[in-house]
Write a new protein. Structure first.
Length: 287
């Protein structure tokens, strides 16, 4: 056994010059073998789908040769590894492989059943109920803010008027800003959505130059000049790290948690049901 050799036998037939070979069409060769390492054989059928009709002969040949060489290298190392493993190690690996195989079967079976039987639509009422009962687990790990922002030419004569309208934060003032005769470089008036402070400064490059504590002050208009552009930022409200996250901010996360709970309960009930069926059918006996 110590004298065992690993022979790489690569048979690249004359058909490499024909595109029909790469499409694995009718090829009259005595053997379907392409390469061999020890007693492991690579077949022409293993190359199916490797070559595309649009490829040139040279590209097809190169890709095929690379595939064969990669396969051969892997097989040579694999066989060498198996040959040199201690019996105990090999047995342990076989157990692990078998366990992994069983897990794949079981997990695939469970995943198929879950996708077929679990409704992933969660009612808003259920989300609110769960959030209210468990809001202590939804503490923020970073600061949040809700804001409005307008950007305009620094020399705009209506700057003071825009600032006053932004600061009032009422429906009439908001509509005036949106529909009035103002020239904005950009405008963001939806202050109902929460955003992380880190996301805010990543979204607006200039915000990286603003002191965090200065920015996170509610009901104030912060002015920041950036060359010929001036930004007015009105922070409507702030939530600090450690406070309870607002439902609107984590609604999707709560829904995912409820779906996960439904999946766990379904799978637990399924396992109990299968065990009971096995007992009734005498396929499971405990001695």
């Amino acid at each position: 056994m110590n004298n065992k050799t690993f022979i790489l036998w690569i048979l690249i037939f004359g058909m490499f010059s024909s595109c029909e070979y790469f499409q694995l069409k009718d090829a009259n060769h005595e053997s379907d073998e392409v390469a061999r390492v020890g007693d492991k054989v690579l077949l022409k059928s293993d190359l199916k789908g490797l070559i595309q009709p649009s490829m040139s002969e040279n590209d097809s040949l190169k890709i095929t040769q690379n595939f064969i060489e990669s396969w051969a290298r892997r097989e040579i190392i694999l066989q060498k590894a198996k040959f040199n493993l201690a019996k105990e190690q090999e047995d342990e690996l076989e157990k692990m492989i078998e366990q992994y195989k069983e897990d794949l079967y079981i997990n695939s079976y469970k995943a198929n059943l879950v996708s077929q039987n679990i409704d992933t639509i969660i009612k808003d009422e259920d989300i609110r109920t769960f959030y209210t009962a468990n809001n202590q687990i939804f503490k923020l790990n970073e600061d949040l803010l809700r804001y409005k922002m307008i950007s305009f030419q620094t020399n705009d004569k209506k700057a003071a008027q825009m600032k006053e309208l932004l600061k009032k934060n009422d429906s009439l003032s908001n509509n005036t800003l949106l529909k009035g005769d103002f020239l904005f470089q950009s405008i963001q008036m939806n202050d109902s959505l929460w955003i992380k402070h880190t996301e805010f400064i990543n979204k607006y490059e200039f915000a990286k130059n603003i002191d965090k504590e200065q920015l996170l002050q509610s009901n104030k208009v912060l002015e920041y000049k950036e060359g010929k552009i001036t930004h007015y930022i009105y922070v409507k409200s702030v939530l600090r790290r450690g406070e309870i996250a607002p439902l609107l901010f984590i609604k999707n996360d709560v829904a995912k948690m409820l779906i996960h709970q439904k999946k766990l309960k379904y799978l637990q009930d399924l396992e109990n049901k299968l065990i009971q069926e096995a007992i009734q059918n005498n396929t499971y006996e405990k001695y």
